[in-house]
Design a protein around this ligand. Structure first.
Ligand code: FAD
Length: 369
């Protein structure tokens, strides 16, 4: 069978779903991508904020950058670089020790390559979702996924009950589409009942995750006593990393913007008190203040930020990889691929690798029809 008429739905526009959708389209397969959020990116999103006096600020509040080791992922990233939506972030990275209050191991500029999307981290997913052959629909979360046995197609229903069509192949690129954990967050059942794919269900039953709070800060003046633009903290219960977002290529330098990441332990402690439901502004403000105070206690900052806001990532990082060899879960009979960082490794490279693997499974299943 030719790929004409073979329609695939990709759920999720994070980097695994976006890379999968664009690879399918390049192979002549018609793809519709559904994303519940207003825009693309998932955990590679960019946050747009407005200050009280109307200044617009952008923050990469998910993954701050990524590195690549695998040759097949690297060649794709180099292609994105040549197309202008990826660039290398050539800054020195270091470690700050809370016990000695000193920086250790400041590396030389450009020692290991770190990539960012330009002009924002979400630019990569945005470009992939806009590729020829990918029809992207944002703000359309999938609420129910059914397998129509007689027609051998997947039928999709939106969270508001709307019929979103039937598809011969399906890619689910978020663990929340199958994991019962989503019920704790939204009160709804996961869209895909894992009983439909009994041979995969064992791997999907337990998908442990690590949470993270990020705090976005904007300063009127550069924090000139910090010798690096990105660093990890040692010996802090609260902070794990800090990044100067405005030092990345193609970002506005009208203000100096920093992002702080909490330790997973700190985030777990807050979540133990609040649960996973939407957080109140009071709690988010308290978190922003605590992380800022810890940052200030380093003595590295003397000025106050003119903007601060916290964001919770309830499942920032998967704590296990469920398909490190196969790179995605695959049901050949139902033409269902489940992909994402939780299959390979808890980072952007793992997510790309998994999305590519899912696309190849579907492509091969079309050519064998
Ligand atoms: C704070 C933080 C720091 C990080 N730091 C790094 C780092 O330094 N380096 C690195 O490489 N990685 C880092 N990561 C990890 C990296 O961001 C992820 O590994 C990667 O972006 C995961 O991509 P994904 O496509 O697997 O999942 P996601 O990006 O989570 O995409 C899944 C998408 O599916 C959508 N979706 C879910 N359910 C539905 C539904 N029912 N219907 C429609 N759409 C749905 C979601 O809205 C989401 O957009 C970090 C992540 C966070 C949060």
């Amino acid at each position: 069978m030719s790929s004409t008429g073979f329609k695939v739905a990709v759920l999720g526009s994070g980097i695994s779903g976006a890379a999968c959708a664009s690879t399918l389209a390049r192979n002549g397969i018609s793809v519709t991508l559904f994303e519940s959020a207003r825009g693309p990116g998932g955990r590679m999103s960019q946050r747009r904020e407005k200050t009280e006096d109307g200044k617009e600020l952008h923050f990469d509040h998910g993954a701050p950058f990524f590195s690549v080791g695998k040759s097949e992922v690297l060649s794709l990233v180099q292609e994105w670089e040549s197309r202008g939506f990826v660039a290398e972030w050539k800054e020195k990275f270091g470690f700050f020790d809370f016990q000695t209050h000193k920086f250790n191991n400041i590396e030389q500029e450009g020692l290991s390559k770190r990539y960012v999307g330009v002009p924002g981290m979400n630019s990569i997913c945005k470009a992939l979702c806009n590729e020829n052959g990918v029809e992207s629909k944002f703000g359309l979360g999938i609420g129910r996924i059914e397998w129509l046995h007689d027609d051998k197609v997947w039928s999709l229903t939106g969270v508001d009950g709307q019929n979103l069509g039937q598809f011969k192949g399906l890619v689910a690129s978020d663990k929340n589409i199958v994991s019962p954990r989503i019920t704790e967050v939204t009160g709804r059942l996961p869209p895909l009942d894992i009983k439909l794919v009994p041979e995969l269900s064992e791997k999907l039953l337990n998908l442990p995750v690590k949470p993270c709070f990020v705090v976005m800060l904007a300063f009127a003046e550069p924090l000139s006593s910090i010798p690096v633009k990105a660093f990890s903290f040692e010996n802090s219960q609260v902070l794990s990393r800090a990044y100067c977002d405005s030092s990345k290529p193609s970002r506005s330098t009208a203000s100096e913007r920093w992002i702080l990441h909490s330790t997973p332990e700190y985030a777990e402690e807050i979540i133990a008190q609040t649960g996973l439901k939407k957080l109140s502004d009071i709690t988010l403000n308290k978190v922003a203040e605590q992380l800022l105070q810890e940052f200030q206690s380093t003595g590295l900052i003397t000025s106050q930020p003119f903007f601060k806001k916290a964001h919770r990532w309830g499942s920032a990082f998967p704590a296990a990889s469920i398909a490190p060899e196969e790179k995605c879960l695959w049901d050949r009979n139902k033409r269902l691929a489940i992909c994402g960082d939780f299959c390979v490794s808890p980072n952007v490279e793992g997510a790309i690798d998994s999305g590519l693997a899912a696309a190849l499974k579907l492509r091969d299943s079309v050519s064998s029809l």
